[in-house]
Design a protein around this ligand. Structure first.
Ligand code: MLT
Length: 261
């Protein structure tokens, strides 16, 4: 870091780091970074889809009990989520982004609990900025994360939700896809981020095919959700930026966006 003529602190380059599983969100929070939580299959893809299709907000919870309690208090909210990728008994929706079409979610509040994704998001709650990333919004989230990091002189951390504590290929490649949209000469990437970026560059022409080889994609196929995997591999299908603040995920408003430019 150096001092400019106007005595404001600027950083030469924005440091970009990566945490490999949901529980490590707290490490990223302690660095004071802008967090980008990623869960391609399927939590973050579902959140992006729900908000892009007009949901008012998505409220993530760590447990099924918390989600049910919230739903009891607000029966008009949609109760959504999964355990082992299957919709829990009594829930309105599962965790398939294809279920979150505008005729179902428009103007609705959605309570969502998933195994790893909502856990990573809830563990990020003490960060000043938590953005939700997927292939769907790689470019939009990259632009916003970089603008905030430059303006606030902080780094960017990707938090990969993974699958039940294990590394996920699709989340790693998505971090690479996001980094591709940030000017390379303005960031300083950790080795893990560089590896994600190289992996994405090598495989972006056959993204779906490669992601289908991952363990969670194979599991989803086995239980009948192969279409979700294909759907979640669409790059920049929804150019929106969901932000998690005060226990709720909403789309970044144009007002907030303009404060970064
Ligand atoms: C999770 O958060 O663990 C998931 O998104 C799993 C899934 O529903 O595929």
């Amino acid at each position: 870091m150096k001092k400019t003529k106007t005595q404001t602190l600027t950083q030469e380059k924005v440091p970009v780091s990566l945490e490999l599983s949901a529980k490590d969100a707290v490490k990223a929070v302690s660095r004071g970074d802008v967090l980008v939580v990623i869960d391609v299959l399927r939590c973050c893809s579902t959140i992006v889809t729900a908000l892009a299709n007009g949901a008012k907000e998505v409220i993530p919870t760590k447990t099924i009990k918390e989600a049910q309690a919230l739903h009891k208090k607000h029966p008009e909210f949609l109760l959504a989520g999964e355990r082992k990728a299957i919709k829990p008994k009594g829930f309105d929706l599962g965790n398939s982004p294809l279920e979150f079409s505008s005729n179902i979610v428009k103007e609705k509040h959605v309570v969502l609990t998933t195994t790893s994704g909502t856990k990573a998001i809830c563990l990020s709650k003490n960060a000043r900025w938590v953005l939700i990333g997927a292939f769907f919004n790689a470019e939009a989230v990259a632009k916003t994360a970089f603008e905030i990091a430059e303006k606030e002189t902080v780094g960017i951390s990707f938090v990969l939700s993974g699958a039940r504590g294990r590394f996920s290929l699709e989340d790693f490649m998505c971090a690479g896809a996001i980094v591709e949209n940030i000017p390379a000469d303005k960031i300083e990437c950790s080795d893990a981020v560089l590896a994600a970026s190289l992996t994405f560059q090598q495989s972006c022409r056959q993204l779906t095919k490669i992601i289908q080889r991952g363990s969670h994609a194979r599991y989803l196929k086995d239980i009948g959700h192969e279409e979700d995997v294909k759907f979640c591999c669409q790059l920049n299908a929804y150019p929106v930026v969901p932000v998690y603040k005060a226990k709720s995920i909403v789309l970044l408003s144009l007002d907030e966006e303009s404060t970064f430019s």
